[in-house]
Ligand binder design. Sequence first.
Ligand SMILES: Cc1cc2nc3c(=O)[nH]c(=O)nc-3n(C[C@H](O)[C@H](O)[C@H](O)COP(=O)(O)OP(=O)(O)OC[C@H]3O[C@@H](n4cnc5c(N)ncnc54)[C@H](O)[C@@H]3O)c2cc1C
Ligand SMILES: NC(=O)c1ccc[n+]([C@@H]2O[C@H](COP(=O)([O-])OP(=O)(O)OC[C@H]3O[C@@H](n4cnc5c(N)ncnc54)[C@H](OP(=O)(O)O)[C@@H]3O)[C@@H](O)[C@H]2O)c1
Ligand SMILES: Cc1cc2nc3c(=O)[nH]c(=O)nc-3n(C[C@H](O)[C@H](O)[C@H](O)COP(=O)(O)O)c2cc1C
Length: 580
Amino acid sequence: MKTPHIPLDAPYSDSQRAWLSGFFAGMHTHMLQSAGSVNQADARVINILYGSQTGNAESIAHDAANIAKTHGLKPLVKSMDEVEINHLAAMEYLLIVTSTYGEGEMPDNAQMLWEAVSADSAPALNNMKFSVLALGDTSYDLFCQAGMEWDRRLAELGATRIYDRTDCDVDFEESAANWISAVIPHMADGASTTVIVDVEASPAEKSQYNRKNPFPAKMLVNRLLTAEVSSKETRHYEISITGSGLSYEAGDALCVVPTNCPKLVADILKAIGCKGDEDEPVNGESIALHEALRTQFEIKLPSKELVEEIASRSGDQELNGILESGDKDKLADYLWGCDILDLLLQFPQIEFSAAEFISLLKPLQHRAYSISSSGKTYPDTVHLTVASVRYESHSRQHKGVCSTFLADLVDDETEVRVFFTPNKVFRVPDDNSLPMIMVGPGTGIAPFRAFLQEREYRNASGKNWLFFGDRNAATDFIYREELEAMQQRGLLNRLDLAFSRDQEEKIYVQDRMRANGAELFAWLEQGGYFFVCGDAYHMAKDVDKALHDVIAEHGKLSEQQAIDYVNQLKKDKRYVRDVY
Ligand SMILES: Cc1cc2nc3c(=O)[nH]c(=O)nc-3n(C[C@H](O)[C@H](O)[C@H](O)COP(=O)(O)OP(=O)(O)OC[C@H]3O[C@@H](n4cnc5c(N)ncnc54)[C@H](O)[C@@H]3O)c2cc1C
Ligand SMILES: NC(=O)c1ccc[n+]([C@@H]2O[C@H](COP(=O)([O-])OP(=O)(O)OC[C@H]3O[C@@H](n4cnc5c(N)ncnc54)[C@H](OP(=O)(O)O)[C@@H]3O)[C@@H](O)[C@H]2O)c1
Ligand SMILES: Cc1cc2nc3c(=O)[nH]c(=O)nc-3n(C[C@H](O)[C@H](O)[C@H](O)COP(=O)(O)O)c2cc1C
C-alpha cells in the first residue's frame, strides 16, 4: 500500500495528524524503506535515542523514525545504552525520547549515558541540534524530570535546541504526534526532497484492538492464590483474548482499563450533593454524572488541582500551609491513605457543582500487569498475578481501583477492556542454552512463571534459577505446586525462597542471593541473564546492591570493577528489570 506524497516542511493537516496518531494507536506501524527519490547515502542522518522502561518511548522513537523517512532523512534509532559518550558527541542531529522512572529518575537503559553526559568531563556539543520529548505522569511529583534534565544538559553543553521540549502525560499519543510532526521538518530543513514511502502493517496492527481501542475480553478464571487467612490477597486471573487477533510474548504487560466501584461513586455523589443523573459533557458526549464518575474519571487518588481547590475553598490552615511551603514530603504525608472521598468528608462545607467537580478530576487510567503466562503455551488466554490493594485508612475501607475491579466487579457478563504493552528487552534469551536467574518476590513472580513456561515450550537446555519470597510460607507461597512440579521435571534447576515474616528477623531475596553468591557469579560467568521483577522502590534497589556485592566478592573485583561488570550486563541486555 502506498501513502500519499507528504511534502517537505508542510504543516501537518488534521487528517495527517490523525494518520500520525494511528502510528501510536497501532504502536508498531512499520514504514518500509523509501521507494523514492533520495539516495540513502546522501540523506541527512538524524539520531533518535530513547530511554524507555516499558516500551512507550521506544515505540515513539520508531514512529518518529518512520516520519523522518518521509522527509528524506536517514533516522538511526538506538536505545541509550547502545551509545557511548564519544558517539553522542559526534551526533549533529539528535532527538531524545525518554520516560521518567522511580522518583524522577532515568529509565534503566538511560542511566549510563546520562552519567557520562552529566559528568564534568562531558564533551562540548556545539555542533549538535536537538529536541527532547519527555514522557511522564503528572501524578508523580517529578513530572517528566528525566526529559527535563536531558533538555537542560544538552543546552548547557552547547547544543542548539531546534524545537522546544514537549512533556507528555500518560495519554501521550496526541502530544507525541504533534511533537513529531513539528520537529521532523526542523530536522529536515534544507536537507532533502520529497520521498514516497511504502507502509506495511506490523503484526500488532493486524488486530483492530490497541491502546486507543482496547479489546473487550472475558474473564475465565479468578482464583485466590494466597490462603484465606493470609495477611494479603493475591489472585490468579485468566483472561480470554480469543477473537481479538492479538498475540503476546512472555515479558509483555497487559493493560487493564478498569471501571470504578459503584459504591464509591454513590458515596462521592452524596458527599458533593449531586443526584448523579445530571448530564455532563465528557469528551464531546453528554453522559450522566454517575456514569461519568464510574467509567471516565479517577475518583480515588485526588488530583493536585482538586487538593488545591479544596485548600483554597476551605481556607484550612494546615493544608494551605503545606501547599504554600512547597514541601512535597509533607504533602505526601498529609495525603497518605487519603482518597477523594476522605477529602470531601473532611471538608463537608465545600459545595461543588457537577461540572466543577469533574473539571478537577483526572481521566481514569489503565493499570499495567506483567503477564504470567507464555503466549506460546497459552495463545488464547492471558494470565495475571495481581495483589488486591485493600487497606483501612481514615476509618474507612479503601480499595485499589483496578486490582479490586478484577477481584470484585468482573463477572461472566462483564467486559474487561485490555491492550498489550510489549517490553522488548524483558525477554527469554534467544540462545536457549544460556542460564536465567530470576528474582521476583511477591507479584514479581508473574513474568517468571511466563518465562519458565516459555523455556519449557522451547525445550530450552539452559538452567533456570528463581528467587522468590513473600511474607509467610504457609499462606503466601503462591504457585507452590507448579514450581515444585517444575523442579521435579528438571525445568526449574534452583528455587531459593525468602519468607520475610516466618522468623524474627526479615529474610529477603537479596539475602538468599548473597548466601549463594559464588554460584550466582558462576552462572553470570557462563553468560547467564539476570532478571528482576516487582517493587521498584525498595526491593529492586536492594537487589541491585546485592548483585554488585556478589560480583565484587566472588569475582574478586574492586567496587568500580563491579560497577563496570554490571554496566556491561546492562549493555548486553543481560540485566533487565520490570519494576513498578
Ligand atoms: C509495568 C508494570 C507491571 C505491573 N505488574 C503488576 C503485577 O504483575 N501484579 C500486580 O499486582 N501489580 C502490578 N503492577 C502494579 C499495578 O499496575 C497497579 O499499580 C496495582 O494493581 C494497584 O492498582 P489499583 O488500581 O488496584 O490501585 P490504585 O487505585 O492505583 O491505588 C494504589 C494507591 O493506593 C495507595 N495505597 C496502597 N496501599 C496503601 C496502604 N496500605 N495504605 C495507604 N495507601 C495505600 C497508594 O497511594 C497507591 O499508590 C504493575 C505495574 C507496572 C507499571
Ligand atoms: N510501586 C508500587 O506501588 C508497588 C510495588 C510493589 C507492590 N506494591 C503493592 O504492594 C502490594 C503487594 O505487592 P507484592 O505482592 O508484589 O509484594 P509485597 O507484599 O510488597 O512484598 C513481597 C515480599 O517482599 C518483601 N520485601 C519488602 N521489602 C523488601 C526489600 N527491600 N527487599 C526485598 N524484599 C522486600 C516483603 O516483606 P515484608 O512485607 O515482610 O517486609 C514480602 O515478603 C500490592 O498492593 C502492590 O500493588 C506496590
Ligand atoms: C514505577 C514508576 C515510576 C514512575 N516515575 C515517574 C516519575 O517520577 N515522573 C514521571 O513524570 N513519570 C513517572 N512514571 C511514568 C512513566 O514515565 C510513564 O508511564 C511513561 O509513559 C513510561 O514510558 P516507557 O514505557 O517508555 O518507560 C513512572 C512510572 C512507573 C511505572
